[in-house]
Design a protein around this ligand. Structure first.
Ligand code: SF4
Length: 498
């Protein structure tokens, strides 16, 4: 068997390095994936705009691989999609019939150009380009297994291991589909994958479907296919949403159309509920409705559970807006714009001086004095992670003249870290893992604080609770997490597996 070797980035052009990410007080989405099979179309441009719509799923790096018969073209770099692909000329050097794209926020592997995606590896059937959203939990075992097969690694990512596992199976004589299915039997955890090969485009979800992946169609005669993390990646290029890739499903798109198979007998839907609450864009569809509608219902439910006496409901923009509107409609307290977000800021290395302490929060959000002065305010947000940003916002509201601030959160307290592709802090950094609701209220400086109940969150989904992962609220992890990984996020107690 030929040892597998990913193509290192020095063989391909890469964009220059952008400034490091500035941490926000929210869990951060790991990645967005995109794929298109469209002979005769400008596939690089389609993939560019698809990735552009998925930018919220990863701002650290972006990349694209295209297939022109047997030849693969790859371009990737650090920074936003528009930064990496900053000129038409770059896209013009990415011809072909198939494109695979990726936006990245690192959850495993360091933030480095070699860890960007798509990962490209060589096989006896030609190149393979893989884009991954999620995290494997059995990386150690998989690495040992691949080393026992004489495979080599260039990066530190679990995504590279999946690509190498498939390549190793191809090189042992299997075709693309047999190889992929065989490789997935060694992969545990969360993975939504888009994989390009010279023969076709593959879309895959793990057996729990923890991360989303949708299929769209482009045009009618002939039909072209698109794969994207979210439907907003279809809308932007005029593709029509066809359906989700199902948990444990593999779709294979070639010149003969799309075929589907279940690659594992065992499937149990466990969609990440945080995708619905916060990560995915509000205009994306899940369960046949926009997430804006779902988030409105979260706000309504929250108001049913805990409405204080107040004069105005405002949101922490943008993610708290739908829930705040829902809260206002259900409580009868008028909704208003109270915090204005600066939409034009990028990342900066420049730190404010001591005398400019307020710059940090005011760079992003500025309260409206005439709206909030003398008012009792309900402030709605989707989650509290460390509490650092909430504390600063509330201080700014009080300085603006708000007489009372009542904070309402449209999800339950985040008490546990995520191991399935979301970058959450270690457990000891999650404020709700060590403090009671009353203690958090005192810490962030509000008159009252209430979270949506777990039951309320599930009622709002309109789906069976057992079809979701909600481990960061409950500690009930649908895929068992090895002890070594638990230690890496400084778990305070032993995990329960469900
Ligand atoms: S632990 Fe939380 S963030 Fe991670 S997949 Fe489950 S619900 Fe989503």
């Amino acid at each position: 068997m030929m040892p597998q070797q990913p193509l290192s980035s020095d063989k391909y052009p890469v964009a220059s390095q952008a400034p490091d990410a500035q941490r926000i007080d929210k869990p951060e989405e790991a990645c967005g994936v995109f794929g298109v099979y469209a002979p005769g179309e400008d596939i690089a441009k389609l993939a560019y705009f698809g990735l552009y719509a998925l930018q919220h799923r990863g701002q650290e790096a972006a990349g694209m691989a295209t297939f022109e018969n047997q030849q693969v073209h790859l371009y990737k770099g650090m920074g936003l999609v528009s930064h990496v692909f900053h000129h038409e000329e770059i896209l013009s050097k990415l011809p072909g019939d198939i494109a695979v794209g990726h936006t990245r926020y690192s959850t495993t592997g360091s933030s480095h150009i070699d860890n960007t995606q798509p990962v490209v590896v060589e096989t006896r059937l030609g190149s393979l380009a893989l884009a991954h959203n999620g995290n494997l939990v059995n990386v150690k075992e998989l690495r040992e297994y691949l080393l026992s097969r004489n495979c080599n690694f260039v990066t530190t990512t679990d995504s590279e291991m999946i690509a190498i596992a498939i390549a190793a199976e191809v090189d042992s004589g299997k075709d693309w589909l047999e190889a992929a299915i065989s490789a997935f039997s060694h992969c545990q955890g969360a993975y939504s994958l888009v994989i390009g090969t010279p023969a076709g485009l593959m879309g895959v979800r793990d057996i729990n479907g923890i991360r989303p992946l949708v299929i769209g169609t482009l045009g009618s005669n002939p039909v072209r296919y698109v794969l994207a993390s979210e439907t907003c990646g279809l809308d932007i290029i005029g593709a029509k949403y066809l359906r989700d890739v199902e948990p444990g499903e593999l779709v294979w798109i070639t010149s003969e159309g799309m075929s589907s198979q279940r690659w594992s007998k065992k499937q149990e839907r466990k969609l990440c509920v945080f995708e619905m609450i916060y990560f995915a864009r509000p205009d994306s569809l899940m369960h046949d409705e926009t997430l804006f509608s779902y988030r409105l219902r979260l706000g309504r439910q929250l108001a049913k559970e805990s409405t204080p006496d107040a004069d105005i409901v405002i949101a922490v923009p943008d993610s708290g807006v739908p829930a705040a509107i829902g809260f206002s409609r259900a409580s009868g307290i008028p909704y208003g714009e109270g915090l204005i977000k600066n939409r034009y800021v990028g990342r900066t290395f420049i730190q404010p001086t001591q005398s400019m302490r307020e710059v940090g929060i005011r760079m992003k959000l500025n309260p409206l004095k005439d709206v909030l002065g003398g008012k009792r305010v309900v402030l709605v947000d989707d989650s509290i992670v460390r509490g650092t940003t909430s504390r600063k916002i509330i201080k700014a509201l009080r300085e603006t003249g708000a007489t009372e601030v009542h904070m309402r959160i449209s999800s339950p307290p985040v008490t546990h870290p995520c191991f399935y592709g979301i970058d959450t802090d270690s457990q000891d950094q999650l404020i709700a893992s060590t403090k009671s609701v009353e203690e958090i209220a005192a810490h962030i400086g509000v008159n009252s604080l209430a979270y949506l109940s777990w039951e309320g969150m599930m009622i709002a989904t309109g789906e069976e609770p057992k079809t979701f992962c909600s481990a960061c609220f409950t500690g009930n992890y649908p895929v068992p997490v090895p002890e070594m990984l638990q230690r890496s996020k400084r778990m305070l107690e032993e995990l329960k597996a469900v």
